[in-house]
Design a binder for this molecule. Structure first.
Ligand code: CTP
Length: 406
């Protein structure tokens, strides 16, 4: 039995000449036991017959949000799939995905999908080499999408070069390897709590004290844990970003005190708790019930400490629970991180320094050093937040294994 047996694959075809190869891809998936639904853009139909795809997938091919008398529910389609595969992904569709455009069914489903997304680009060499394409590719990669590398060879233009759609057997193999990795998951049956994003502390009904955190790092961690089988509760401060995985339950909060309430609920049920949120250390002592009007005088606002969520919950941890905190520093980074590890009774502290270019708030990349309570320290290079999340998750696995073997 292959990993594809019983899996739901949503194949999204865009307008590239390589679309003519898709019936063969569908046939391979179906033969391996997968259920395949196909959506396509209008221009994809110039390169491959919807009727052939209907027949090989044994499902009605969809290509418009509104079709004749029915409404194609893009949210339901996005949630139906175990894997979404955009193949071939033309330069135009790639640009739309990277920028969140939503002018056809394929884009709408992409934006609504909660499953892992693979992108198999196909285009002529010059388009492939253009900086705009490279940038778009990096953007979708930063969303956590998996890119299936293009091939080298003869192109539709007759030129020889890079940009060909990956070979059909390579596409099948990439999807299968991914499913394999995720089925043999280390976190099956485990529960993970993650706090992420900023907190907003209200001054009055229209103003707040906040910070620049976007929640990207915590969301990337949630995604990796979920992909490896964990059931994740993500307590997320105000941000427009959202994770995309059915095993992640997101609890949206605004202030530090709301975050504490959400994080401490059923805390003892969690195997691992990661505190990636940039929680405000202070909040206004009083929130004005009406908008504060300006005067000619200076305005003084008294602030009071918020509860340290990490410290409070780490104090309640059981021997089997693993607690991970973050430290964002601007000076004496390592010393402060080691101090935090002790003071907060965490198992691990993930340090990022604002002095490292490309690390910290808002970036798609991060550079971290992990300090473990068992004395081990690991330094990682500047890499995408998804790869940083993978490194942190691996370090947690190593730490938990080392603890078991003591
Ligand atoms: N944290 C928390 N609750 C708070 C404050 C921080 O859970 N009220 C957590 C963060 O999620 C992060 C870690 O504690 O995991 C950060 O430690 P902290 O000491 O708050 O860092 P700084 O605010 O940078 O501390 P300092 O001002 O002392 O440098």
């Amino acid at each position: 039995m292959t990993q594809l047996q019983g899996k739901k694959i949503l194949l999204a075809i865009s307008g590239s000449i390589a679309a003519y190869k898709m019936p063969e891809l569908v046939r391979r998936f179906v033969k391996a036991g997968a259920e395949v639904k196909v959506i396509m853009t209008a221009s994809a139909a110039d390169f491959v017959s919807p009727l052939v795809l209907n027949t090989v997938s044994k499902n009605q091919v969809l290509n418009a949000v509104h079709e004749a008398a029915s409404w194609n529910n893009h949210v339901a389609l996005g949630r139906w799939a175990d894997v979404m595969l955009v193949a071939p992904c033309s330069a135009n569709t790639l640009a739309k995905l990277a920028n969140g455009l939503c002018d056809n069914l394929l884009c709408a489903v992409y934006l609504s999908s909660t499953c892992p997304v693979f992108i198999a680009p196909a285009m002529d060499e010059d388009m492939w080499a253009h900086p705009a394409t490279k940038r778009n590719l990096e953007t979708v990669r930063s969303f956590g999408n998996k890119i299936i590398p293009v091939g080298y060879g003869e192109l539709a233009s007759g030129l020889i070069g890079e940009g060909r759609l990956a070979e059909i057997e390579n596409i099948v193999a990439e999807v299968e390897a991914f499913l394999q990795e995720n089925t043999s998951s280390v976190f099956n049956g485990q529960k993970v709590l993650i706090t992420a994003g900023p907190t907003y502390e209200k001054l009055d009904p229209v103003r707040f004290i906040g910070n620049h955190s976007t929640g990207k790092m915590g969301i990337a961690l949630a995604q990796i844990f979920a992909e490896q089988g964990a059931e994740v509760k993500l307590v997320l401060g105000p941000t427009s970003l959202r994770p995309k995985h059915p095993s992640i339950t997101t609890v949206s909060v605004e202030s530090a005190s709301e975050m504490l309430v959400a994080a401490e609920q059923d805390f003892s049920d969690f195997d691992i708790a990661i505190f990636a949120a940039a929680v405000a250390d202070y909040r206004p002592q009083k929130m004005a019930t009406q908008k504060i009007k300006k005067t000619d005088e200076a305005l003084e606002i008294k602030l009071q400490r918020t509860v340290d969520i990490l410290k409070t919950l780490a104090a309640r941890k059981s021997a089997d629970q693993t607690i991970v905190g973050f430290a964002l520093e601007t000076q004496n980074e390592e010393e402060n991180a080691r101090k935090k590890l002790q003071e907060k009774a965490a198992d691990m502290i993930v340090l990022n320094s604002l002095r490292d270019i490309g690390a910290g708030f808002g970036h798609d990349t991060n550079q971290v050093t992990i300090f473990r309570v068992d004395g081990k320290e690991e330094k990682f290079p500047l890499q995408s937040k998804t790869d940083t999340a993978r490194a942190i998750v691996q370090s947690i696995i190593d730490y938990r294994n080392a603890k078991k073997n003591v």
